[in-house]
Design a protein around this ligand. Sequence first.
Ligand code: SAM
Length: 210
Amino acid sequence: MRMRHKPWAEDFLLAHAEIVSVDDARKGQMREWFNNDQPIHIEVGSGMGRFITEMAKAHPDINYIGIERDKNVMIRIVEKAVEQNIRNLRLLTLDAEHLADFFSPGEVDRVYLNFSDPWPKTRHAKRRLTHENFLKHYEKILKKDGEVHFKTDNQHLFEFSIESMSQYGMKLKNINLDLHTDEPEDNIRTEYEGKFSSKGFRINRLEAVF
Ligand code: SAM
């Protein structure tokens, strides 16, 4: 997702430090940030944040953390969270490769990956969020039996992810090659999901456990 550079992004995010972190100060402090013992679900690559904000509103008994490395995009999630006064949502401006610095081992109950960048060129495969280089971070921070839930319109990325996760030794379940035919009532469509579905792309989904 490309967003126009906003020179005021850093200042805007710093002004909302109660819900969004842009530096290392919150490392290892996720539990304390919420000040409760509710399960923690994270979304990696939250984009403009429709999914994570709607999930947080639908499940007040779960703590949600949106991870997004682009500050210009993160602004949009913060705006939603503030306008709607969502209390069980926190945000990290962070590259997923540093996840294990912020979360303790086994602290996270679920990881969501929604419409991750496909990085179609083979030489960029290591940047895909389902590459083993990222799976090893999810494995570390997820509790035993914690799940990765993945959705994408991109068939190549979906095939790559099935292979990558299987080769890593993950167990896959609930594989769906057309989520929107007979769409589950509780499915929350992300911004990209809405866009690609309306263009006629089929939506793929799977769940995976280490
Ligand atoms: N999940 C949203 C949706 O479905 O509408 C956004 C999808 S967009 C294609 C992918 C997002 O992931 C972008 O906003 C990008 O900045 C973010 N992203 C990509 N790689 C990332 C990484 N390594 N760490 C954190 N965020 C990342």
